[in-house]
Design a protein around this ligand. Structure first.
Ligand SMILES: *Cc1c(COP(=O)(O)O)cnc(C)c1O
Length: 433
């Protein structure tokens, strides 16, 4: 295998030299090929473990936040295997199938009250695009054309042009800025969030606001930034006063991540539109759903075909994915998950408390199973150089981490043990900056 030159000491690879050819034809996600070494090859996944050609890793980031119960969770793999015996992809306009119907009913049963309609797509980004289109369609179809969208500073909703538009702008999307639409940005809520809510109230009162979109309680890619449930309840109250639609992007926070099934549950809040993906199938296979209230659905229900909700993806409601989702929904409906979430939260809390005493770290924070802390470092923010070094350090110790700049977070599958977490947090603590 040809190993590409590492330019760690030359962060800007020489433009006059063509990149080295390597054995891999793959252009990797969020990866600077000029400076990153070739990745380990994964051959087996089970529980919290990934077996690679360089040893076994603990997956402390749940494979980019998608794996909930653990890798290859048996009931979910069984559902995929069984469904593959009699179904593959079938067109979902004009036809239906049991996995999609049963999962939709299960989702309505598990979701915050009032969300009665389920629109399927295939990724978190798409579920957000669908939510934004539903919101704009709602206002146009009811002859009150509102089109402003309010968003929260440091938010992340995906990497398509539309979802980047409602997300934080920065080095990672500067090239595409000319293509993005304008939105109204609310400052990230500090303390009780009164400042943020006051600004939102003023914007909402203009009567032009179609919707507000927020990641409830935890802004993931923005740096695992956390705010209290009261702020979410405050947003809901303002939406109610001014008829603004509330979109909850639960793509990362859903399925127990924050210690309850939905982050919205902490605030007793039901959004008008809810996006779910990552943990929807336990992370085994891609699927997304955008849930909407009867009012949002009804705005698109008309003898006038121009009011149709014009959206589809080729793989809408893939039967294998829906079967996996249904197996996952049944696990949550059984009710045994709360004790597991509480246990993971407590174990994370203990280890975070310990690290918080270390002067090299700051801002320890936790919501449910998600724990994060910042490394004090000369450079901060997403491009902080310390991130890749900590990632390499942990990898050498058999731990898969993916710091967001100088923010280290641990977001494990729920089957994680105390010993696993000791290894993970030990790898963080042993990192000498
Ligand atoms: C990951 C994420 C998305 C995008 O999901 P993809 O499946 O990667 O398109 C959207 N919103 C939030 C909050 C996310 O964390």
């Amino acid at each position: 295998m040809t190993v590409p030159a590492r330019h760690a000491d030359r962060p800007h690879a020489d433009r006059n030299h063509a990149p080295r050819r390597t054995d891999s034809a793959v252009w990797r996600p969020f990866t600077q090929h000029a400076t990153e070494p070739p990745p380990p090859v994964v051959t087996h996944a089970a529980g919290v473990h990934l077996t690679t050609d360089r040893g076994v890793l603990i997956d402390a980031v749940s494979s980019w936040w998608v794996i909930t119960h653990g890798h290859r969770h048996p009931p979910i793999m069984d559902a995929i295997r069984d469904t593959a015996e009699h179904l593959d992809q079938v067109i979902f306009a004009g036809l239906t199938h049991a996995p999609a119907e049963d999962l939709a009913n299960a989702l309505v049963g598990l979701a915050p009250p009032g969300l009665t309609r389920v629109f399927y797509s295939d990724s978190g980004s798409t579920s957000v695009e669908v939510a934004l289109k539903m919101a704009l369609g709602f206002w146009r179809n009811t002859d009150r054309p509102r089109h402003r969208i309010a968003v929260i500073e440091h938010g992340y909703h995906g990497d398509t042009i539309g979802t980047m538009s409602v997300g934080e702008r920065g080095v990672f999307n500067a090239s595409y800025e000319p293509l993005m639409f304008s939105v109204d940005r609310l400052p990230f809520p500090r303390g009780d969030g009164a400042g943020t809510l006051a600004i939102f109230e003023t914007l909402a009162a203009t009567g032009e606001m179609a919707a507000v979109i927020a990641e409830p309680l935890v802004l993931g890619a923005g740096g695992m930034l956390m705010y209290p449930p009261e702020v979410l309840a405050g947003l809901r109250a303002i939406c109610d006063r001014h008829g603004v639609l509330m979109i909850a992007d639960e793509v990362m926070t859903g399925w127990g991540r924050t210690g309850r099934l939905w982050a919205c549950d902490h605030a007793g809040v039901a959004p008008d539109i809810l996006c779910t993906s990552k943990g929807l199938t336990g992370g085994a296979i891609p699927l997304a759903a955008t849930l909407a209230t009867e009012a949002v659905f009804h705005a698109h229900w008309s003898e006038d075909r121009a009011k149709t909700f014009f959206h589809s993806s080729s793989y809408t409601a893939n039967p294998l994915a829906c079967a996996a989702g249904l197996a996952n929904a049944r696990i949550w409906a059984e009710g045994g998950m709360q004790a597991r979430l509480d246990a993971v939260g407590a174990m994370q809390g203990d280890r975070l408390d310990e690290l918080a005493r270390d002067p090299r770290f700051a801002n320890p924070r936790r919501t449910g199973t998600i724990a994060a802390i910042d490394l004090r470092s000369d450079s901060e923010g997403y491009m902080a150089a310390v991130g890749p070094r900590l990632r390499a350090h942990a990898l050498d110790r058999g731990v898969l981490l993916r710091p967001l700049g100088n923010t280290v977070y641990v977001l494990p599958p729920y089957c994680v043990t105390a010993a696993d977490l000791d290894a993970v947090w030990g790898a963080v603590a042993s990192f000498a900056d």
